[in-house]
Ligand binder design. Structure first.
Ligand SMILES: Cc1cc2nc3c(=O)[nH]c(=O)nc-3n(C[C@H](O)[C@H](O)[C@H](O)COP(=O)(O)O)c2cc1C
Length: 404
């Protein structure tokens, strides 16, 4: 998964022989739609040119602390505030030493000292420089400051020696950054609470007979699993199914629509409601206490169940920030979904075609569209794939909604 899309990275390139590898890193990051601004130290310019860096980053390159055009456009403090993270690739022994002392003698060191962002370094140097006590003490200090390190690795060096000090490859640095942002977004998500409703409900006619529907609950269980995997505190309130509780998800089993409604109500407040359950629209008013005899004459009287989706969408004080409904349709999917959003006042509707036997009810597969309130033109379509993959897509959309 690309966690780096549209992230802002401030890349500091210091003066080591591996500086050329930072160009490859820029190329990989740009492919993932990362915005990069770069600072070259004075020594870095001996190894690569600002022109190459500017061409690849498609941004101007920053070099000097005392540059009037810098200060006019974006002063040195703003540059450190602009980014989501600062990476130093390569980090020379000299730069590491300066940062460990808290020096602010050039643009790179001043910006790092002035920054409130995470700092990640990819050191690169000769094995003896790396193993020197001075460097190791500097590294320890920087780790104490909370700076992160990628590498160095053991291998052949440009100087012909072999040992620890070789800079990690650009792809390794990229993967580290990708993980860094996935951890970061997870922290945001750890604060979120979700309720997923799933499965059918049963409306009893007598103690042994009931009205129900074909919902298997699979899609809802997969969504609960996927939300929880991504760090969201998830409770699943499910009607009768033969599915096991997903790992780390609290499963509350119910039978009737009334029970489902009261469990949902008790769980308020929460941030996200995903209402996948096929809740019975009706319940039986003249439900019999004893089993109805074969020759007994009965007329079933029905009344509407409470609409859980409308209840959540219309809650005055505890409305979840995101209320998602599901619509099982047999025709005019998008049109009906838009009508449902307007009628129920939810935020999104996920709609699927239940007339097809290859997707939907009881199938392992699904094909869905997401329709968004006030953004009818922005419908997302996810073609036929496993219910767990559909769940991942919906979860991605949910997380985007909270992270952005
Ligand atoms: C050819 C050459 C290669 C160098 N490679 C490295 C290196 O890989 N790592 C390192 O820490 N220093 C290396 N240096 C030394 C640095 O360029 C020097 O310490 C410089 O002051 C670093 O400045 P900076 O940290 O401000 O960029 C190299 C020097 C030369 C001449």
């Amino acid at each position: 998964m690309n966690n780096l899309k549209e992230k802002k990275i401030l890349l500091i390139i210091s003066g080591g022989i591996s500086a050329y590898k930072s160009l490859e890193l820029i190329r990989i990051l740009k492919k993932q739609s990362v915005e990069i601004k770069a600072i070259l130290t004075k020594s870095a310019k001996e190894f690569i040119t600002p022109l190459s860096v500017a061409s690849l980053t498609q941004n101007r390159v920053y070099e000097d602390l005392f540059d009037p055009s810098n200060e006019a456009e974006m002063d040195h403090i703003s540059l450190s505030r602009w980014c989501d993270v600062i990476i130093i690739v390569p980090a020379t022994a000299n730069t590491i030493s300066k940062l460990s002392q808290g020096n602010a003698e050039d643009l790179a060191s001043t910006i790092v000292l002035a920054s409130d962002k995470n700092i990640i370094l990819a050191p690169a140097m000769n094995v003896r420089m790396w193993t020197h006590k001075a460097t190791q003490e500097n590294i320890k200090k920087l780790k104490d400051f909370g700076y992160e390190f990628i590498g160095p690795e053991i291998g052949d060096m440009a100087c012909g020696e072999f040992g620890e000090g070789k800079m990690s490859e650009p792809l390794t640095i990229f993967n580290h950054l990708n993980n860094f942002f996935s951890k970061k977004t997870l922290n945001v998500k750890n604060q979120l609470k979700a309720i997923v409703t799933a499965g059918p409900t049963k409306e009893y006619i007598d103690p042994v007979r009931f009205i129900t529907n074909k919902s298997s609950g699979k899609q809802g269980f997969e969504i609960a699993k996927s939300l929880s995997k991504r760090g969201i505190n998830t409770t699943l309130i499910s009607g009768p199914t033969n599915l096991d509780a997903p790992k780390n998800v609290k499963l509350i089993k119910v039978e009737t629509a009334d029970e489902m409604y009261s469990e949902v109500k008790n769980k308020l407040p929460f941030h996200i409601a995903v209402c996948t359950a096929a809740v019975s629209d009706f319940k039986i008013i003249n439900k019999k206490k004893d089993k109805i005899k074969k020759d007994e004459k009965i007329n079933l009287e029905l009344e509407n169940n409470i609409d859980i989706l409308s209840y959540l969408s219309g809650h005055n004080s505890k409305r979840p920030k995101l209320v998602i409904g599901f619509a099982a349709e047999t025709k005019d999917l998008i049109k009906n979904a838009k009508l449902k959003i307007e009628k129920k006042h939810c935020d999104w509707i996920v709609t699927n075609d239940v007339s097809r036997s290859d997707i939907g009810f009881d199938s392992e597969f699904n094909e869905v569209s997401i329709i968004y309130k006030n953004k009818f033109e922005k419908t997302d379509f996810f073609s036929k794939r496993s219910k767990s993959e559909i769940a991942e897509e919906i979860t991605n959309k949910i997380i985007e909604n909270f992270v952005n």
